[in-house]
Design a protein around this ligand. Structure first.
Ligand code: FAD
Length: 263
């Protein structure tokens, strides 16, 4: 299988760098083809602005989604963005790897998403009408591909548990899992999260590396997060609210969008 790893750490000789090496050696051992987008090493441009749209005159007013759609369709987006889009189309599995910074992905990775996820490629796909809100949330250009996060945190696992002060890790990662990955169609695997990593020693690293190797070995068999598909009858149109009779007592917020005993 083809695997793309998008790596967002400014230091290759970091713990994240060491975990990237673990993932790469296991993927190669399994016979997979791998490409790595090492965003800092690539000096990735992280902001969307006029320069992203060569068809726009400097004095033209920039409307990002409209211009993104036009230039994606015309194949005139910048070469760096087109190269990343090609890698996404090539990949069967995409891994985003990053240290948790301020409860989110580092800005350079968010900027990769902002620029690479063009209109017509990752959003604005499919029929938009009174009865259908496009191909998204389980459908779209990335349908059939798997995706997984590799994340390291300074905080303890308990801090990210159901009653933990940081909030549950599944909630913190929901905007990435559901919003960035499931939205354009990826099947999303549970994340690999290494907690409390700032004082990692050799023994702790060995356990972490073993756990990661196991996740890499089972990329194709790991059951995905059971998000509800948008276009399978679970949501009211056009408000896109979950049908009331699919709610389970006590289940609120992000967890509503997981399949449950009622369907
Ligand atoms: P490194 O600093 O490279 O290494 C961590 C430890 O691992 C060090 O002790 C190092 O010696 C050891 N190590 C490295 N490589 C190896 C190896 N091969 N074998 C054995 N040991 C090794 N944390 C949160 O929980 N929530 C947040 O919101 C958050 N926000 C942050 C915001 C910023 C701006 C920053 C800088 C940090 C933040 N952190 C947060 C902490 C951050 O998530 C961790 O520092 C990060 O995940 C550590 O990963 P690293 O790759 O940078 O580790």
């Amino acid at each position: 299988m083809n695997v793309l790893i998008v790596f967002a750490h400014p230091e290759r000789q970091s713990l994240n760098g060491a975990l990237l090496d673990v993932a790469l050696s296991e993927l190669h051992a399994q016979g997979h083809q791998v490409q790595v987008s090492d965003l800092y090493a690539m000096n990735w441009k992280a902001t969307v602005d006029h320069d992203d749209f060569p068809g726009l005159k400097p004095t033209d007013r920039l409307k990002v989604a409209a211009e993104s759609s036009r230039e994606f369709a015309a194949h005139t987006l910048t070469d760096d963005v087109k190269a990343e889009q090609e890698k996404l189309l090539w990949a069967d599995t995409v891994i985003l790897q990053f240290p948790l910074w301020w409860f989110a992905m580092p800005a350079i990775l968010k900027g990769w998403v902002d620029r690479v996820y063009a209109c017509g490629f990752a959003y604005g796909v499919g029929e938009h009408s009174d009865s259908r809100w496009g191909d998204r949330y389980g459908e779209g250009v990335m349908a059939g591909k798997r995706a997984m996060l590799i994340v390291t945190t300074g905080g303890w696992q308990e801090h990210y548990s159901a009653r933990g002060i940081n909030g549950p890790i599944d909630d913190l990662l929901f905007p990435i899992h559901h919003g960035i990955l499931f939205y354009p169609g990826f099947t999303v695997l549970p994340p690999f999260v290494a907690y409390r990593v700032d004082r990692t020693d050799e023994a702790k690293f060995a356990v972490m590396a073993d756990d990661l190797r196991e996740r890499i070995r089972t990329l194709n068999d790991t059951p995905p997060i059971a998000y509800r598909q948008q276009n399978e009858g679970d949501y009211q149109i056009p408000t896109m609210q979950l049908l009331p009779d699919l709610e389970e007592p006590g289940v609120k917020g992000f967890a509503l969008h997981l399949q449950n005993k009622k369907g």
